[in-house]
Ligand binder design. Sequence first.
Ligand code: ZN
Length: 113
Amino acid sequence: MALRRELHRRGLRYRVDRAVLPHGRRRHDIVFVGSRLVIEVRGCFWHRCPLHGSSPKANSAWWEEKLQRNLSRDKETEALLARSGWQLLVIWEHDDPFDAADRVVAALSRAPS
Ligand SMILES: [Zn+2]
């Protein structure tokens, strides 16, 4: 994944596909454990990005329910992370990897060390 490569190139080290919440069922794409920062890279379609989220015409009710469930789960994850003292940064699939890496660096600088 381009973002991971870019972070690595900048000398940042992180864990991938890690669970941080107590019940451990949700895994996050990129985790900076010491800084308590979680990065989630969300697919435009599956997580309904504001720019490219679309609703398929075929089987629309089924899709609506499925995509809506993803969104609820995202919201719930956001709330759980916040409650557990983790910072969450959401990166969209369509984001430029260099800009995204800049946002990660900015988030790290705000994190408690
Ligand atoms: Zn998008």
